[in-house]
Ligand binder design. Sequence first.
Ligand code: AHG
Ligand code: MN
Ligand code: MN
Length: 340
Amino acid sequence: MTTLTEYLQSLQAQHAQVPSIEPITDVIDTIATVGKQITQLLRKGALADILGEAGAENVQGEQQKKLDVIANNLLLEALTANRHCSGVASEELDHATAGHQDGSLLVLFDPLDGSSNIDINMPTGTIFSLLPHPRLGEKIEDGDFLQKGSEQLAAGYLLYASSVILTFTLAPDLAQQVGIDDGVLMFSLDPDSGEFLLINKHIAIDTDTQEYAINGSNYRHWLPPMQQYIDELLAGKTGPRGKDFNTRWVAAMVGDVHRILCRGGIFIYPKDTKDPTKAGKLRLMYEANPMSLLIERAGGASTNALERIMDIEPNDIHQRVAVVLGSKNEVAHVQQRHQQ
Ligand code: AHG
Ligand code: MN
Ligand code: MN
């Protein structure tokens, strides 16, 4: 089986044609290494004193868990030490942090996705997105990170579950230039050797589905088109859709997206009226954009119910967005309802 190291080396071998590929592979390697450290901590759980609250609030106004802080610090330390990384932005940090001034890459991450799952031994993850440094050689500022999702060079996640999976993809034009386009790739961490091994590539999401993920407890806060869409799914065979649907909700976006990459489906975290100042719960830069690149590269669709997520011009590194992603035809249903 191909190891992650071997795969990244095969990409690096193309650096003469595409010089930007070496930094990207090196940064992915760093993230994979931190993923193994987070895995070790999760395996020990309570024994490593990683459960419970950190006792502080992040810039999003959310209570941080101990592991949110630990994972953030591990990524921050490892990435700012990587000579290719000119700066990082994290869901858990107020502002971007500078790395190496000569680095060509900006790295954005949700260090620990699914924080409410940590203490109950359920799936969690890490999400990452790579952007080009727009002012090479200059010290980074928050504004450098405000690039559309379509500018991403690569994106991926680590899923910490019954097995540990690293999934990533290169931007389509970059993959073409490199001459190796394997679409979305999945590697599984072999606990015996400590290596990530390639288990799947060219992942393709079914265009139709009968499985949906949404936190239904927010129903009363949704806008009418979302309520109507879910009403139709709940009506099943006897309703206008003429088929039964099944619900799944991992409470960690990484888990839901992983399921959709494996067997299709739709994941929705809609805008709601709980806090009208927020466009949604999920973060555009750390969650929605990287997942959108993966989903689109696998033939799925990703929108905020009205427009393509990766076309949204960001105005704040911590901005939030409504998310509707997964099987193409199902996402189109949601979008049509909202356009009407
Ligand atoms: P995070 O743990 O990084 O704050 O993200 C949690 C997100 C997402 O992963 C998940 O789909 C959703 O919040 C869960 O929301 P509910 O608490 O509404 O289930
Ligand atoms: Mn998250
Ligand atoms: Mn998080």
